[in-house]
Design a protein around this ligand. Structure first.
Ligand SMILES: [Zn+2]
Length: 439
């Protein structure tokens, strides 16, 4: 076991920890003599030392520390030592610090923990992506495959299991080392039983995915909504790092939403939730895929934007888009919209801004309900026009929230791209498997 102190990085803060005392943090003891005093450095306020207090503060925020020093000890900066009491011997190394994830200081020192790996899986209608991670979420291998929905459920499951086997093989790890599998899936799920209830994109109905995986690999599996997994990924490793309440919105064909609150995905007893796409924003608005009228996604999804843009082409108002894609909704993808705007199609820009404003207006309601400190926008549409989206959504939320809420949240662009769901699913599985008691 390492006895030196170490630093953790998180959301712009570095935490230096001094060895020498047996202290406790969060839900479990920090093994041996990890924590005695804590010196904290934040981006804004520089170093400060709060022996004991800092440990308590962090415990209250259910922060946990993963004692996985990666780069070995090195001498601390003078700043790091300032205010640390008792002349304790200090050495500082680099490690990972996860806020609010309840991953907990389980015994990372054992060879079992160091050797174990986690698999994340993103199950989409057209492609499947799986990755193998170390216990501290360094990527070891990946495998991408087409889903081939038309081949049916049995073949789909076989492909899924085959993809995981292949990825493990590529990673060069023995199946014994696999500690758990996390899958982000579309469609209503039975979270408790791990059943995909209804995924029209996959042609899957009542598929017991959790059981299939557990039988195939002999380890626990956790399934969750793919958008939830993506928001959790952003919360753990991306734009939502360190947030107390992180809301994610992903406009695509529909508009997906998710929320991580104090380290946990907000879910119902059985169902996933945060269906922000089906908040009604215009009672007399266009018909949504769900059958209701005026849902957010009927007005502001990529599909809705593309349809409005195609009409603009048809009316002769979008010459650049006409050259790029014509009036074919299928061809008006996110990148094409961005290009048309760049090339001067003001009407297209207006359509996108209107959509972003509508999303912002719906989000203002979410802010009133949840008081998030971070709102993460992601998906292809946002990634193609990050500045336009973030700026417009931020302004619209500001305009529509009660004054006291203004300035309490930040709107940010997702950072992980395609990685968010697969990494988030693996990390969520780890949380659920190692700390089921924190549900
Ligand atoms: Zn709807």
């Amino acid at each position: 076991m390492r006895r030196s102190a170490t630093t953790w990085r998180c959301a712009g803060a570095t935490v230096g920890v001094v060895s020498g005392t047996d202290a406790r943090l969060g839900q479990g003891p920090v093994r041996g003599s990890w924590l005695g005093a804590v010196a904290m450095k934040s981006r804004d306020s520089g170093w400060s030392s709060r022996p004991g207090a800092a440990v308590r503060d962090r415990a209250e925020r259910r922060c946990t520390v993963r004692c996985t020093a990666e780069n070995g000890p090195r001498e601390p900066t003078a700043d790091a030592c300032a205010g640390v009491s008792g002349g304790a011997k200090v050495a500082v190394g680099a490690a990972t610090f996860a806020v609010g994830t309840a991953t907990g200081p389980e015994p990372q020192e054992t060879s079992k923990a160091l050797d174990r790996v986690w698999v994340g899986f993103d199950l989409g209608g057209t492609k499947m992506l799986t990755k193998v991670y170390t216990d501290d979420f360094r990527e070891l291998a990946k495998k991408r495959k087409r889903t081939r929905v038309q081949e049916g459920v049995k073949a789909g499951l076989k492909r899924l299991i085959g993809a995981i086997e292949k990825a493990l093989q590529k990673a060069g790890v023995s199946p014994d080392a696999l500690a758990g599998i996390g899958v982000g899936c579309p469609g209503p799920l039975d979270l408790k039983k791990g059943i995909v209830r209804e995924a029209p994109n996959l042609g899957w109905y009542d598929v017991p995915l959790k059981k299939e995986l557990e039988d195939a690999f002999g380890c626990p599996a956790v399934i969750c909504n793919d958008v939830d997994a993506g928001v959790y990924g952003e919360y753990r490793f991306g734009a939502g790092r360190g947030g107390r309440c992180v809301v994610g919105v992903f406009p695509g064909t529909g508009i997906g939403g998710g929320c991580v609150y104090r380290g946990k995905i907000v879910q119902g007893e059985r169902l996933s939730c945060m269906e922000i796409g089906h908040i009604v924003v215009e009672p007399e608005g266009p018909r949504c895929g769900c059958g209701q009228r005026g849902c957010l996604e009927a007005i502001a999804s990529r599909l809705a934007i593309a349809a409005a843009a195609a009409q603009a082409v048809h009316r002769g108002q979008a010459p650049a888009l006409k050259k790029l894609a014509g009036a074919d909704v299928e061809r008006i993808r996110s990148g094409v919209l961005a290009k048309a705007i760049e090339q001067g199609d003001e009407v297209v820009e207006r359509i996108v801004i209107d959509a972003a404003e509508t999303i912002g207006r719906a989000l203002a309601g979410v802010v009133h309900l949840l008081a998030p400190d971070a709102i993460v926008l992601g998906g292809g549409l946002v990634e193609a026009m990050p500045r336009l989206f973030v700026k417009t959504v931020q302004a619209a939320v500001d305009r529509h929230v009660l004054k006291t809420f203004r300035g309490t949240y930040r709107v940010a662009c997702a950072e992980l791209g395609d990685d968010a769901t697969v990494r988030g699913a693996a990390a969520w599985a780890r949380d659920r498997i190692l700390r089921p008691d924190t549900d």
